[in-house]
Design a protein around this ligand. Structure first.
Ligand SMILES: CCCCCCCC/C=C\CCCCCCCC(=O)SCCNC(=O)CCNC(=O)[C@H](O)C(C)(C)COP(=O)(O)OP(=O)(O)OC[C@H]1O[C@@H](n2cnc3c(N)ncnc32)[C@H](O)[C@@H]1OP(=O)(O)O
Length: 231
């Protein structure tokens, strides 16, 4: 398995590391913006307001976007100051991130045999009317299965993901996503997952089998140049 990662450096590109209090404040603010953006996305895909209202709102949103981009931007592969990668919070994850307008977001808790995630998908996540897009189910499972690897001590990347869609996943309904590492084989982890509703947790709507690989240390450095140095 890969060696543990060292503490992050005290500075990040000349910027002093935030204190715990600053970090907590920032995460709260990131979560508040994410929450409002998700409400905006939901309203945008459900609205029946007249065209003039859509244009008016688009003008407002354009101004808000300019306000956010004015204060500086994170570049590709840079790890956000509010995150701890790997193994800690990822505020902008499109699945679990409280700061992401794309995320349901899923809340992940450990359970005896692995992990369980809970969320409610919205109309923005729809494929067939009233049901989740199949790619959304794949994304939820991929992420949860990745978390199961990290929880088992081996942060890893998906090399294969096979899904079976047994029944459609309803939107607007509390869901339960389960993931567990079934077996490991060197750096490879074989992981099982499923999605069901909270109301009928024993009826799997989607099942998944995946293989993850914990990258070799040299590959890891090449893929994630912003990771803190290993000891
Ligand atoms: C401190 C650790 C940090 C690790 C990073 C963790 C990230 C997750 C963090 C936080 C969890 C949050 C949750 C996220 C969840 C979402 C997951 C995703 O969406 S991941 C994105 C989609 N997946 C990719 O983009 C991978 C693309 N593949 C690769 O980049 C490489 O294959 C990689 C890095 C995974 C492995 O590369 P190598 O160089 O370390 O390992 P080699 O030697 O190539 O392979 C090892 C074994 O696996 C087999 N293998 C590799 N790739 C295979 C493939 N595509 N199909 C079949 N077998 C494959 C090889 O044949 C080899 O097997 P033999 O030991 O010979 O038996």
């Amino acid at each position: 398995m890969n060696p543990p990662l060292a503490e992050p450096p005290a500075t990040n590109g000349g910027t002093p590391r935030p204190t715990d209090e600053e970090l907590a404040r920032r995460r709260t603010a990131v979560g508040e913006l994410g929450h409002e953006l998700r409400a905006l996305v939901d309203a945008a895909v459900r609205t029946t307001a007249p065209d003039a209202t859509l244009r008016h709102v688009a003008d407002h949103v354009r101004r808000l976007t300019a306000e956010l981009t004015g204060g500086g931007q994170r570049v590709r592969a840079e790890i956000p100051a509010v995150d701890e990668f790997p193994g800690g919070p990822r505020m902008y994850s499109p699945v679990t991130g409280p700061g992401s307008p794309l995320a349901p977001p899923v809340e992940v808790v450990p359970e005896a045999a692995g992990l369980v995630g809970r969320c409610v998908l919205g109309i923005a996540h729809e494929g067939p009317p009233g049901y989740a897009h199949g790619g959304m189910s794949a994304m939820l499972l991929d992420e949860l299965m990745g978390h199961a690897c990290a929880a088992a001590g081996a942060p890893a990347m998906t090399i294969s993901l096979r899904l079976r869609y047994h029944g459609p996943v309803p939107v607007g309904t509390p869901l339960r996503i389960a993931a567990r590492v079934a077996r490991t084989e060197g750096r490879k982890l074989h992981v099982d997952g499923s999605i069901a509703t909270e109301a009928t947790p024993d009826t799997a709507l989607v099942t998944a089998e995946a293989v993850f690989v914990a990258p070799d240390p040299a590959r890891l450095r090449a893929l994630f140049p912003h990771l803190p140095a290993t000891p």
